[in-house]
Design a protein around this ligand. Structure first.
Ligand code: NAD
Length: 481
């Protein structure tokens, strides 16, 4: 199967923070790939900006070096053509330097987008400067990276800062999990097939597990992470978004506000979480490897590098169905998935096979994006009637052909910005609703003075997380299993 590429309109994309890690590792290589396949028009312009003093040639050299490191399969002649579309302006977003030069480099009659690949402390300031300098035209778009705030109050203040200069339909809050092929396929699976939706409720679904496991620790981001933790860094955005896609009602149409209205309703239905339904952890030092507290340089840190929660949605569809969310660092494998456990068959007609197990639908986000349905079949061959589990397995890499490179989430999202499609971006009220649910949970453990439990590096998290499901007579799917 070959994916169709529909070119976007000509655009000027101003990339703030263009010398930073995210821009060099993801955004610029992503734009190159869209150029290589012909989606980005030849007359598109990318204007990188950052504080560093350098000229456009030096910036292009930096991109060449990054491509060698992060996208080494690039084609040299295509990269040369791509880089002709790239220039650089040094802008200090806290001062006056560079703004008039930036203004001169923009064209009046093409799509205009500002991508803020910088810390959130700079969002409002940049929005204001864009406005003051007359760059924020009514059709221009502004893209902001995570984290979108630290709590409800800061998210509100970011929203106010952005909305003072841009209308909501111009603001694109990135959650790159929503750009993943499988997450969108979850919508196709649910709403373009008649098989699953009739079963997609508490009558047929026993529980749902959402796991985002990382093998990396917090090295390099320690200072930021220790102020944040897994709840703020992962649950409030990525896991809540995956939960929304799994649990939302069918929108009336596949349009930005229809989809986002349904997602907000899911977040608003999230019930408060009791302390007994939360397991927090910190990876410990072992075998000569530093632990979490060493990595963040804070021996008395109470911040969690792992969290598991049992969550309920107070609505008709999901009443009584637990959603177990789990994410952490330095775990056994890098793996993200949504596993939907259907109820066990009510009765078995087969003698001597014991109780039957329910089907499990697993939507894999990484690695190897794909969908698996665990089913029970008869063991082949004559003799007794034995049953075993098999997986109906679909890997996108296989389905698309082994030679086809699956586009990175950032590629899709940046093209959506140019197209003006906000479906896969968080709306302001969505971000605030997620914080409104998260804030009291964090306040609760801060007031109680909770300390995260320790867990071994390379494990599946602390014992307390296993108990969260054992108590309910259930088991987590094995990470890296
Ligand atoms: P970084 O520190 O590597 O880069 C920051 C960039 O901002 C640099 O180009 C720097 O020159 C520029 N900058 C900082 N202060 C400036 C100023 N006063 N004027 C002009 N430019 C200034 O950061 P990063 O890792 O690239 O992250 C950027 C944003 O993306 C952050 O909000 C981060 O949380 C978010 N993010 C990063 C990643 C990642 O993998 N790196 C993933 C998700 C989200």
């Amino acid at each position: 199967m070959v994916s169709r590429v529909i070119p976007v309109n000509p655009f000027d994309l101003v990339l703030f923070g263009a010398t930073g890690d995210l821009a060099q590792r993801k955004i610029l290589p992503g734009l190159y790939h869209r150029f290589e396949v012909g989606q980005m028009p030849e007359d598109a312009c990318i204007i990188g900006t950052a504080r560093s003093d350098m000229d456009s040639d030096a910036f292009r050299d930096q991109i060449r070096a990054s491509m060698k490191e992060f996208a080494p399969q690039f084609k040299k002649d295509v990269l040369d053509r791509f880089l002709k579309r790239v220039s650089y302006v040094s802008v200090d977003v806290m001062g006056d330097k560079g703004w008039s030069e930036l203004a001169k480099s923009l064209r009046p009659d093409v799509v205009r987008a500002f991508y803020l690949s910088v810390g959130p402390n700079l969002f409002s300031n940049i929005a204001q400067r864009l406005d003051e300098n007359g760059l924020a035209t009514p059709d221009s778009r502004i893209v902001v990276e995570k984290p979108f705030g630290h709590d409800l109050a800061s998210a509100k203040s970011l929203n106010e800062g952005l909305r003072a200069c841009f209308k909501e339909h111009q603001i694109y809050r990135i959650d790159h999990y929503l750009g993943k092929e499988t997450v969108q396929n979850l919508m196709a699976l649910r709403f373009a097939n008649s098989l699953f939706e009739p079963l997609w409720n508490s009558n047929h679904i026993d529980h749902v597990q959402i796991t985002v496991a990382e093998t990396v620790g917090v090295e390099g981001r320690g200072a930021y992470y220790d102020q944040s933790g897994a709840m703020r860094d992962m649950i409030q955005n990525h896991l809540v978004q995956l939960l929304c896609m799994t649990a939302m009602e069918p929108p009336s149409k596949f349009a930005p506000n229809s989809v986002r209205d349904e997602k907000v309703k899911v977040i608003e239905a999230l019930e408060p979480v009791e302390p007994k339904d939360i397991a927090r952890g910190q990876y410990r030092a072992e075998h000569g490897d530093d632990g979490y507290v060493d990595h963040v340089g804070n021996p008395s840190s109470r911040t969690e590098s792992f969290i598991a929660l049992k969550v309920h949605l107070g609505n008709w569809r999901w009443a009584g169905v637990p959603f177990y969310l789990r994410t952490g660092k330095r775990l056994r494998a890098r793996e993200s998935e949504i596993a939907v456990y259907f109820r066990d068959p009510p009765h078995t007609i087969f003698p001597n096979v014991g109780p039957l197990r329910g089907n499990v639908l697993v939507i894999r986000l990484q690695p190897d994006e794909g969908i698996t349905l665990r089913t029970t079949i008869k063991d082949p061959g004559p003799g007794g009637f034995r049953l075993s589990d098999v997986a109906l397995d679909m890997s996108f890499a296989d389905a698309l052909g082994a030679d086809t490179r699956a586009p990175d989430a950032y590629e899709r999202l940046v093209m959506d910005v140019i197209r003006g499609d906000q479906t896969l971006f968080m709306r302001g009220d969505e971000a605030e609703a997620a914080w409104a649910w998260v804030d009291p949970i964090i306040q609760g453990w801060e007031e109680r003075g909770d300390r995260p439990a320790r867990y071994d590096q390379g494990s599946s998290g602390p014992e307390e997380a296993l108990m969260l499901l054992h108590r309910d007579g259930r088991r987590w799917r094995q990470i890296g299993g």
